[in-house]
Design a protein around this ligand. Structure first.
Ligand code: KIV
Ligand code: NA
Length: 266
């Protein structure tokens, strides 16, 4: 069976169908989501915290995204794989964006790329799209700008900020993006943007009216430690499951309960 394409994504909006997206950073986890029927998998720069141990998405490099995107592509056969463009790999201009995106498509085999920003990224989006690379936009809370925002805060509050965000969404669509992520945006504004656009919105902390919903997989499956943002729902408790399993393994090694006869070669 073939992979999901951006044409399928456009058809879903036309048919009023909602769809799920999850992040993944390795082949095995991605294969689970792929076989579960998740149609779009994002190799997000959230790998910075989830996979590489950084404090934010800012230090993530193109090389890191390339390696993990290639792993996710190899681990899947049906999902559309979207590779995130890391901080510093597209902001300098359309040529830099095209160079980075081309590497993700050629070397990792992704079917699309994602970048942050509205009007400020429109020329980059147009250049990549004209080269034949499908592009997903990302508005609202754009974590690569954490130093400018002064924290991870809800965006688009107040009339001026809301107009600005709608304008950015139109700019991303007009530049040729096939979808746009809305992160940490008031529900009513996300509803308005979703109605105004012909391309699907992918919400994360943006309410129930977006065309699609995305969660960071380690958040959704309960692997991320500590307090999570309000918009996360935990669908599993992997951290507890793994903790308990690791402790049991440790105990059984110490007591000699493992390995048992059936685990040994005679
Ligand atoms: O990097 C990421 O995981 C993302 C999603 C939160 C949309 O950009
Ligand atoms: Na990201």
């Amino acid at each position: 069976s073939r992979r999901v394409t951006v044409r399928d994504i456009a058809a879903a909006k036309a048919d009023g169908e909602r769809w799920p997206m999850l992040t993944a950073y390795d082949a095995m986890t991605a294969s689970v989501f792929d076989q579960a029927g998740i149609p779009v998998i994002l190799v997000g720069d959230t790998m910075g915290a989830c996979h590489l141990g950084y404090d934010s998405t800012v230090p993530v490099t193109l090389e890191e995204i390339l390696v993990l995107s290639a792993a996710v592509v190899r681990g899947t056969s049906r999902a559309l794989i979207v590779g995130d463009l890391p901080f510093g790999t597209y902001q300098a201009g359309p040529e830099q964006a095209l160079r980075s995106a081309t590497r993700l498509v050629k070397e990792a085999g992704v079917g699309a790329v994602k970048l942050e920003g509205g009007e400020r990224s429109a020329r980059q989006i147009a250049m990549m799209v004209s080269a034949g690379i499908p592009v997903m936009g990302h508005l609202g809370l754009t974590p690569q700008s954490v130093n400018a925002f002064g924290g991870n805060l809800v965006q688009g509050r107040g009339e001026t900020a809301a107009r600005r965000l709608l304008q950015d969404a139109r700019a991303v669509q007009d530049a040729g993006a096939f979808a746009v992520v809305l992160e940490a945006v008031p529900e009513r504004l996300a509803t308005e943007i979703t109605a105004a656009l012909d391309v699907p919105t992918v919400g994360i902390g943006a309410g129930p009216d977006c065309d699609a919903q995305v969660l960071v997989w380690t958040d959704a499956m309960g692997l991320t430690p500590g307090r999570l943002p309000r918009f996360v729902k935990k669908y599993s408790a992997l951290r507890d499951t793994l903790d308990e399993a690791a402790r049991t393994f440790a105990d059984e090694v110490v007591t000699g309960a493992f390995p048992a006869a059936e685990h040994a070669y005679r």
